[in-house]
Ligand binder design. Structure first.
Ligand code: F6P
Length: 325
């Protein structure tokens, strides 16, 4: 291969820039040219100025920056055969022979279909704060996101303690509770409401009914946005029907979890995976995601990364019960 492309797609995550830097520098080290595609699949279809030559210097001073210098999008046009044909023509016109895509499920689904149709090989790097990809212990951005959430929870604890209040803190995770579970343990919270666990609300009602008799001065419940009830407001409404004078506060952390400078852990992870992605592509691999499992860089097929279920750690779930004594 003489020339490859790199792009970011889907929700951004802290560490994507560190990954782009690793991709570009590994390619150049191996005498391969790199083109950055701005705005993910959208830019691949729109072509023109979205195709930017990248050098070692163009990725200088970005390792510490959140977001993605290549920008990102969720492209509807790439879901159509016509859109993908235009994207392919643009890649050919730019002499691109292989792709590194940094993103999540949707990104890898697109790359796999693209290979089936046009035989352009791709390797993916897992860039999402949700940590919901099979084939890697952690995704790029997850560690930063949970640190952001825990920083916020620490501040909420101060005011919760002062007023003796209950707080519901909602974190991201449309379909997965990884951020919520880690935030619960690290934030010392009492309750975690997760999409993966069917809640018995009678237990929750009992917990809050007994709260005045417990010795706890305040309570923090962490809610994953994708929980069954439909978010913190719906959960609080449900509890109020059972306990009318229940008067908690709700904080939705939202997109602050996607921003900020990546932690050292995320920078190292992104650097290893960006490097591994390029080395795998140049070695002739395709349709696979690089991940870190037991501290080893490994490859998992896009199919398994997308469709195999990464389970929450039962040991962490058990800790919530144990620490609630
Ligand atoms: O990046 C993943 C994620 O953060 C989900 O947890 C969340 O539901 C979603 O992205 C929201 O993304 P957007 O606002 O960009 O659609």
């Amino acid at each position: 291969m003489k020339k490859i492309a790199v792009f970011t797609s889907g929700g951004d995550s802290p560490g994507m820039n560190a990954c782009i830097r690793a991709v570009v520098r590994t390619a150049i080290y191996n005498h391969v040219e790199v083109t950055g595609i701005m705005q993910g699949y959208k830019g691949m279809i729109e072509g023109g100025e979205n195709f930017v030559p990248l050098t070692s210097r163009s990725v200088g001073n970005i390792i510490q920056r959140g977001g993605t210098i290549l920008k990102t999008s969720r492209s509807k046009a790439f879901m159509t055969p016509e859109g993908r044909k235009i994207a392919y023509d643009n890649l050919k016109a730019n002499g691109i022979e292989g792709i590194i895509c940094i993103g999540g499920n949707g990104t890898f689904t697109g790359a796999e279909i693209f290979y089936d149709e046009f035989k352009i090989p791709s390797i993916g790097a897992p860039g999402t704060i949700d940590n919901d990809l099979f084939g890697t212990d952690l995704t790029i951005g997850f560690d930063t996101a949970i640190n952001t959430a825990v920083n916020a929870i620490d501040k909420i604890r101060d005011t919760a303690d002062s007023h003796g209040r209950v707080f519901f803190v909602e974190v991201m995770g449309r379909e997965s509770g990884f951020i919520a579970l880690a935030s619960t343990i690290a934030g010392g919270a009492e309750i975690a409401l997760l999409p993966e666990i069917k809640e018995d609300y009678t237990e929750i009602f009992e917990f809050f009914k007994g709260i005045n008799n417990s010795k706890k001065s305040f309570t923090i419940a962490i809610v994953a946005e994708g929980n069954d009830e439909g978010g913190s407001f719906a959960i609080v409404e449900k509890i109020k029907k059972e306990i009318p004078d229940f008067d908690p506060r709700i904080v939705i952390l939202g997109h602050i979890q996607r921003g900020g400078s990546p932690t050292a852990y995320d920078r190292v992870l992104a650097s290893r995976l960006g490097n591994g992605a390029v080395e795998s592509l140049l070695a002739g691999r395709k349709n696979e995601m690089v991940g870190l499992v037991n501290n080893q860089v490994i490859l998992t097929s896009f199919h398994d990364a997308i469709y195999s279920k990464k389970e929450l750690n039962p040991g962490l779930l058990k800790l919530i019960d144990i620490f609630n004594c």
